[in-house]
Write a protein that binds this ligand. Structure first.
Ligand SMILES: [Zn+2]
Length: 312
């Protein structure tokens, strides 16, 4: 089955039983496994499955242990939500998704966060297939976002703003990007050497070349990597291969989305939004159908409503 549009997807997934069959097949293939103990000696029951292993014997459905667990929403609506959230280049707000799918904003908010959980990379991926990456930091939120870098205040500045309100620090996001390839993002406490080095080492193989701006944090990377930087201070932004245009283009998509669609993103949830933007970007060359299946394959994780709202 190939669907190229939302109406095609909704036509195909008309019946809940079709959705369950589709998802069971995608999750388990021919070998359903008990999500409680992992064994494959299981049998069908009227409402789902039961484990036959001695000492376990628990009931489960294909939703158990996935982002769909403990949700009353039909698969058809979930699948449409996944489609909408991952096909819109800048994402979709919970208000809009609620209207589109006829569910409450609160439910849509929860659905979207579980979808972000699904989109999260399960293991760090190495970048730099062509031995070349760009890395950079950007700042989200706070009144300070339009100020020049050296005029901004640090994240733990507790002083008041000119208007007498508590100073709201912007959030620092660091990114590594391949030219024509993938991106990796991380929300950090600041553009420090330690944050940069550990992030780069997690995602970039040693013999790669790194292009960045002249931030001092990159100096230490020269021990392990080839490194070259643009000279923004001298107004030199491109010198042959040496530029950071790829990551800067990515930042502008990210910011247009975060400001335009989501308006405000809390410290607690910012990493989830980064997962969402990275997943869409990293799979942009696939067809909609391929993306849908690929994302659905990552749905084996649970995120409770309680975990989401604590310290919201
Ligand atoms: Zn079991």
């Amino acid at each position: 089955m190939q669907f190229k549009s939302l109406p095609q997807l909704l036509d195909y997934f008309k019946e809940e039983s079709t959705c369950i069959e589709y998802y069971e097949n995608l999750r388990w293939g021919n070998e359903p496994a008990c999500p409680h103990c992992g064994c494959v000696t299981v049998h069908r029951t009227q409402r789902g499955w039961r484990c036959s292993t001695k000492g376990c014997g628990k009931k489960f459905t294909v939703r158990t242990g996935t982002i769909f667990e403990q949700s009353n929403i039909k698969f058809r609506i979930w699948f449409a939500a996944i489609w909408l959230a991952t096909e819109h280049k800048k994402g979709i707000s919970s208000v809009q998704l609620g209207i589109d799918l006829g569910i409450t904003q609160k439910t849509a908010w929860f659905v979207l966060h579980r979808i972000r959980e699904m989109l999260k990379e399960k293991a760090p991926q190495m970048l730099g297939e062509d031995k070349m990456v760009e890395t950079d930091a950007t700042y989200i939120g706070g009144k300070e976002r339009n100020k020049h870098l050296n005029k901004r205040r640090s994240h733990d500045d507790k002083s008041l703003t000119n208007e007498g309100k508590p100073f709201k620090a912007k959030k620092t996001i660091i990114g590594i990007i391949e030219r024509n390839g993938k991106v990796a993002l991380r929300y950090v406490s600041g553009e420090t050497t330690q944050n940069m080095v550990s992030f780069v080492e997690t995602h970039v193989p040693q013999d790669s070349t790194i292009y960045s701006d002249e931030a001092p944090a990159y100096k230490q990377l020269k021990r392990t990597y080839k490194h070259d930087n643009v000279k923004h201070a001298l107004n030199i932004y491109v010198e042959g291969q040496v530029h950071t245009n790829t990551i800067e283009n990515f930042w502008s998509v990210l910011k247009r989305g975060l400001y335009g669609v989501y308006h405000q993103v809390s410290d607690k949830h910012i990493s989830r939004y980064l997962d969402e933007y990275a997943a869409r970007f990293n799979n942009r060359s696939k067809t909609s159908n391929e993306r849908f299946n690929l994302f659905l394959e990552g749905s084996e994780s649970v995120l409770s409503y309680k975990a989401l709202i604590v310290n919201k």
